[in-house]
Design a protein around this ligand. Sequence first.
Ligand SMILES: N[C@@H](CCC(=O)N[C@@H](CS)C(=O)NCC(=O)O)C(=O)O
Length: 272
Amino acid sequence: MEANKLSVLLSAIYELLFFHVSILTMSSSLSPAVKVIGTRFSAFSHRAEVALRLKGVPYELITEDLNNESALLLKHNPVHSKVPVLLHGERSIPESLVIVEYVDEAFDGPPLLPADPGDRAAARFWAQFLDVKLSQNVSARVYYVHQQCFRLIWLAIWMDGETRGGLREGGEGRPGQLEGKRFFAGDRIGYLDAAASVLTYWLAAMEEVAGVKLMNAEEYPALCRWAREYTSCEAVKGCLPDWDQLVAVYAANTDKFVLVAKTLTTFGISKA
Ligand SMILES: N[C@@H](CCC(=O)N[C@@H](CS)C(=O)NCC(=O)O)C(=O)O
């Protein structure tokens, strides 16, 4: 009898414990879902994806058709209606660099921004430089080209290299940027590497299609070495578009791209 009571008690304790453990497991598996509205062809979307991958955060990529923007995109980025947008539970976070900073703060894992406030400021400065000066965008929508134009790169590629100085100013020409370092922040890929990632795979694809070599090893040895290191990292490789498809997209749009570049120069908006 006593033995029976004991076994009932033990099984009750076991069930209680098991129930408790399953509740705990359930609650951790219920952490808010992480999704990226984006496209693999977009270097901006890549910034968001690579930040998540570097942090080891599982996410779902919701592929957006930029020729036919979805209600989901318009709902979550009503101001710009551009990709990427990060969805984290109830939160929607637009703008690629804002997303990278959010991911850095919201998730555990290796830091993306440097620890030192001065280094953080410098990383943000150069990322902003890339977006505002080197890659200042043009409303592609106006020209029915659903690609963002990286203005200086764009002109250099599609207008026969007229603004190649932009690269020198932004990367190679600043002593110390990459000197003695694998990546901009040191040994690990971080915020500024993600911000500058357009200078790797995407630029190379544009160069191939346009038959122009903008970032060559003679003029830009450090940038070229960095680009190779960047694209050989596993986290990066996992969210690069298929090379042939990317080249095919650029090739299919070459006429439009040249038209955009010509329009930019015609209207005198080629200077930063
Ligand atoms: N400043 C934005 C730029 C994003 C952007 O230009 N995205 C392009 C795709 S690469 C886009 O959504 N274009 C759609 C359009 O212009 O209608 C960011 O950093 O996220």
